[in-house]
Design a protein around this ligand. Structure first.
Ligand code: NDP
Ligand code: NDP
Length: 313
């Protein structure tokens, strides 16, 4: 896309970024999206350092296009991840769930482009001050971890646009070209898309989870665990149990115990649709088919162009 700061920044053809998603976005998905002209992201939150190294090496072998790694700052072994990213010369890093000051200057000293994910205009400003190249504004519609304030994409993007000069990437609720166009109307120069790419051939999500994404209808996802880390989930058995406990006033410790360890892996990677955490966005209700990632990029881009033409008529 011409005259687009996101395409220029990452050296990509379309301003379509595939979100870093634990257990779903390994090297296969990231390289497929990058090969299709978007920016693919390896989600490192679910990867032990050796696994991350393997995924970066495989991604490099599978594409000569730029790709990124998402580093959630909650990650316990983050120093090791950062070192691997620097050693293997990953071109772009998306940091999330933490303070952008911590790693931005170190990464930038190594020539790595840095983007930070935020859920408010206040944190977008902080990210700009920390020296990031762009911000992702992620609204309430998004799957997985989510802002406590529940600001929707429609309200968040114009507020961030007003607050910062660096380019803004919109996320949350975007699975189609029409939604992408809406995000551009709000001031975004790129979109980050998660749920749509979970239901791709190349995603490392379990087949049963991909199928459950296809089956999601309007209203089938909801935010849970606000007392811990708010997360949007499919309303399965595990969700219903947590929801009931929260309604009955369960405290933080009780909820932590109910969550236990490895729920996300159980649901999304091992395909346990009852006991696992199934992280997905509201836009899942619009997804009807599991497709190759390249077909998804094409479809979104073509619909974006068509819808733009319609509006200009
Ligand atoms: P790779 O050689 O790329 O995988 C390399 C390693 O990365 C493996 O150890 C694998 O875990 C791990 N891995 C893959 N994707 C992720 C991710 N998103 N987050 C964290 N770790 C990851 O092989 P593949 O690409 O073929 O591996 C992924 C594929 O294997 C997927 O299609 C997945 O559905 C399937 N798979 C499913 C399993 C399950 O349902 N329990 C188990 C294994 C694979 P691991 O060592 O656990 O395979
Ligand atoms: P849990 O504490 O429930 O479980 C930890 C999981 O992470 C396990 O499945 C474990 O795999 C895997 N893991 C990978 N590397 C490590 C490591 N160095 N130490 C311990 N466990 C590791 O956490 P969650 O599953 O809820 O989240 C895992 C991580 O993913 C978080 O630390 C966070 O950084 C990140 N996260 C990011 C999100 C995002 O939006 N990008 C969303 C949710 C979480 P195994 O079972 O094979 O031991």
């Amino acid at each position: 896309m011409n005259n687009n700061r996101i395409c220029d920044l990452f050296q990509i053809k379309y301003p379509i970024i595939q979100a870093g998603m634990i257990w779903c976005s390994g090297w296969k998905l990231a390289s497929a999206v990058s090969n299709a002209g978007g920016l693919g992201i390896i989600g490192s939150g679910s990867m032990y350092p050796e696994i991350l190294k393997e995924h970066i090496e495989k991604c490099k072998a599978a594409t000569d296009k730029p790709f990124a790694v998402n580093v959630p700052m909650l990650y316990p072994d983050i120093e090791k991840h950062i070192q691997i990213i620097i050693d293997l010369k990953v071109p772009v890093v998306f940091t999330s769930a933490g303070n952008p000051k911590t790693w931005t200057s170190i990464l930038k000293q190594h020539g790595i482009k840095v983007v930070h994910v935020v859920s408010s205009a206040k944190f977008a400003k902080k990210s700009e001050a920390a020296g990031v190249d762009a911000v992702v504004g992620e609204g309430f519609e998004a799957g997985g971890h989510n802002g406590r304030e529940e600001t929707t994409t429609l309200c968040l993007i114009p507020a961030i646009k007003e607050a910062v000069k660096i380019p803004v990437i919109a996320a949350g609720g975007i699975a189609t070209g029409r939604a992408m166009l809406a995000a551009f109307a709000l001031g975004a120069e790129g979109v980050q898309i998660g749920s749509r790419f979970v239901a791709s051939l190349e995603s490392s999500a379990h087949q049963a989870f991909k199928q459950s994404v296809i089956n999601v209808n309007e209203g089938d996802t909801m935010l849970a665990l606000k007392k811990l880390t708010p997360v949007r989930l499919i309303k399965n058995k595990f969700f219903e149990e947590v929801f009931l406990a929260e309604k009955n006033g369960a405290d933080e410790n009780t909820l932590k115990e109910m969550l236990g360890r490895g729920r996300a892996k159980k649901g999304m990677f091992e395909g346990d649709l009852n006991e696992g955490e199934l992280e997905i966005g509201q836009a899942a209700s619009l997804i009807k088919e599991i497709k190759p990632a390249a077909a998804i990029v094409d479809e979104i881009w073509n619909e974006f162009l068509e819808a733009k033409k319609e509006l200009l008529q």
